[in-house]
Design a protein around this ligand. Structure first.
Ligand code: ADP
Ligand code: ASP
Ligand code: MG
Length: 401
């Protein structure tokens, strides 16, 4: 059996923890498995490197950022290989490039275009444990690229797909996918299985336990994906195709995303083309717009609101200034968050949204924006109520039962 393990930052946070990972990999090896291990940078390392760059400029060149940030993962890959060799295991570390990962040119948020697994296959054939530095590849010009924050999850799933591995196990500091972040709600329940679509929705809405692109790719390539803990031997959560008994569950999870800022445009001239102009400008500036709300116009003008990640907030402000003449005024609010309720069962049940709004009302929390899809309801609220909202929604849908 060929398995891909991925160990996140907390799991390789210091040499003792790398020792712990060494034991886990050795154990899997003793079971007779072929193993490819993907590692993250030690926890805090990527942020520390970003801080160093920002000492010099707020807008460092993205190519150089990739050169810088990819080094964190290389350190852990080499250390884990050294640790395994010290224990008598044959191991070899590889950068993304050595593992054959080729991406497009989007520095700091590159997409994987192809993987040539030849080098990994031949190392495995020679009986080696292969350790790959996560979060990175190279583009066609030979420059190092990185895959976006949390991107080692994507490296692991992509390698599992390219190697046709039997399964991909993502190890972090939680032993699976819970009904909500167990750090916010200690009564959160671990799920045995969750569908790719629900997991994708949870990840995309801000549950960072799995990077959203990695879930999307796992679904596409049908990778058998597990979320497990590197600190226990508990059964993890299997992320798989939707099965009929999953549909019986009305709500499977609640997500809090604090990385949101709200922009409100007041008295926007209500004419065809205005939304196209605004959102084209934002897209050209590479600003990720999330929720969008527009009212029916009255007296030739309308209100338009949208949210962006914190990191894009200043940029969005600058872009919106160019529309000064098209509106009465604009407000910016960084102190908002998004809470979302997710479940495939919503497809066939009504009342899920009404319950969410009632919970907010009972707690005197004002809902600033709402958006829904077939399997989710999201609300933008004041950031200070985020955790309270998560806990009361969790109880209202009886997810703690
Ligand atoms: P790693 O550093 O190993 O990549 P992350 O910090 O990215 O790990 O992800 C693990 C964290 O995800 C947990 O510590 C937990 O706080 C958070 N999390 C958010 N939502 C959930 C959820 N629904 N289930 C489990 N963990 C969650
Ligand atoms: N080290 C990178 C990050 O912090 C990638 C990862 O850990 O997955 O985003
Ligand atoms: Mg992560």
């Amino acid at each position: 059996m060929l398995v891909v393990h991925k160990y996140g930052g907390t799991s390789v946070g210091d040499v003792e923890r790398i020792e712990n990972v060494t034991n886990r990999v050795a154990k899997a090896r003793e079971l007779g498995h072929d193993i490819v291990v993907v590692v993250s940078a030690m926890s805090g390392e990527t942020n520390k490197l970003i801080g160093y760059a920002e000492h010099f400029t707020k807008e460092p060149a993205k190519r150089e950022m990739d050169m810088l940030l990819s080094s964190g993962e290389r350190v852990t890959a080499a250390l884990l290989s050294i640790a395994l060799q010290a224990r008598g295991y044959d191991a070899v570390s590889m950068t993304g490039r050595q593992a054959g990962i080729v991406t497009d040119n989007t520095h700091t948020y590159a997409r994987i275009e192809s993987i040539d697994p030849t080098a990994m296959h031949s190392a495995i054939k020679d009986g080696k444990i292969v350790i790959v530095a996560g979060f990175q590849g190279i583009n066609k010009n030979g420059s190092v690229t990185t895959l976006g924050r949390g991107g080692s999850d994507l490296s692991a799933v992509a390698l599992a797909g390219a190697l046709e591995a039997d399964q991909c196990e993502i190890y972090s500091d939680v032993d699976g996918i819970y009904t909500t972040d167990p750090r916010i709600e200690p009564n959160a329940k671990k799920l045995d299985t969750i569908s790719y679509d629900e997991m994708l929705e949870l990840s995309s809405l801000g549950a960072k336990v799995l990077q959203n692109r990695s879930v999307e790719l796992a679904k596409k390539l049908n990778v058998r994906l597990y979320a497990k803990s590197s600190f226990s031997d508990n059964e993890g959560t299997l992320i798989a195709k939707e099965s009929s008994n999953m549909e019986a569950v009305l709500v499977s999870g609640i997500v809090l995303d604090k990385n949101q800022a709200r922009v409100t445009l007041r008295g926007v001239s209500d004419r065809p083309g205005i939304a196209a102009e605004i959102f084209t400008k934002l897209a050209e500036a590479n600003i990720n717009v999330d929720m969008i709300i527009q009212n029916t116009g009255t007296d030739g003008s309308t209100n338009l609101g949208f949210t962006v990640p914190h990191s894009d907030h200043e940029n969005a402000k600058a872009v919106m200034k160019t529309f000064d003449d098209d509106m009465e005024g604009m407000d910016f609010d960084e102190n908002v968050c998004k809470v979302s309720v997710v479940g495939v069962g919503m497809k066939s049940h009504s009342g899920v949204a009404a319950t969410a709004f009632t919970v907010m009302a009972k707690n005197d929390i004002n809902i600033q924006m709402i958006s829904t899809s077939e399997i989710k309801v999201s609300m933008v609220i004041d950031e200070k109520y985020g955790e309270l909202a998560i806990r009361t929604l969790h109880a209202a849908y009886e997810l703690d039962k």
